[in-house]
Structures are given as C-alpha cells and as structure tokens.
Design a protein around this ligand. Structure first.
Ligand code: ZN
Length: 137
C-alpha cells in the first residue's frame, strides 16, 4: 500500500472507529477498534473484548487478526493497520499485538494509531524491529 494514499488510510481509520463502537469493555471503558487491510484487498476489523479475569482480555488488533485468518485462511498478508479508540487517548498496539501481527504483516506496512498529539503513522518494522522469529538462518 502506498502510504501517500491518505484517503485510503483515512477510510481505514474510519473503519477502525466503527469497529470500536462494538467494544466490550465494561471494566476499563477503553473502547478500541482495529482495521487490517489485507493484500487481497479485503479489510477486516476487530474490537477489544474484555473479561472479568482481566488477563484473558483480547485487544482489538488480535481480535481483527484472528477474524482475518478465520475468514481468508493462513496465507493472508496484512499491508496496513489502523487503530482507533473512542477515549481520546494514545493507543499504540501493545507488545503482545505487535508480536502476533509480526506473523502476518509486511515489514513496511503502515500502522496508524492515536498518539499523544494526533494520529501517528509508523512502519511496522519500526514498531517491532526485532520480533521473535524461529526461522533458521
Ligand atoms: Zn494488544
């Protein structure tokens, strides 16, 4: 995906905002949505789903990723990600989500997320430069 295509990225961000509307977050009130654009042209969204046993909570990014694999199979590749929250709070993907995304994402995929002063865009490889990887060299 061309990072300069701001209209497409704005659209992806809007889809993330829409997904955040479905958030199940009765404990934190932190309503997050993620939208993944796949190389097959499809967009898959997800939202955070909390649990009374807090550690079982799943973030919006992983929620979307699991849905993408379930719908389109194990060969999917993610070419862009947008994350939104409805709390007007900074919300970069957490460490767990970065590692899980690493499994399916193109290294130069742009990641849009709410930062302290507006939406920030970073290449995935800058967000997680040394992902755990078992490939033998
Ligand atoms: Zn996360």
């Amino acid at each position: 995906m061309d990072m300069k295509n701001t209209q497409e990225m704005e659209q992806l961000l809007e889809q993330a905002r829409q997904a955040a509307q479905q958030s199940y977050s009765p404990y934190s009130g932190f309503r997050v949505g993620a939208a993944l654009r796949l190389t097959n042209g499809e967009v898959v969204t997800g939202t955070n789903v909390e649990n009374v046993s807090y550690g079982l909570t799943i973030c919006a990014e992983r929620s979307a990723l699991v849905r993408a694999v379930s719908r389109f199979g194990p060969t999917i590749r993610i070419e862009a990600v947008a994350i939104a929250n409805l709390n007007d709070s900074a919300s970069p993907p957490c460490g767990a989500c970065r590692q899980v995304l690493a499994e399916f994402i193109l290294p130069d995929a742009p990641i849009l997320f709410p930062a302290a002063n507006g939406v920030r865009t970073m290449a995935f490889s800058d967000l997680l430069p040394l992902a755990f990887d078992m490939k033998l060299k």
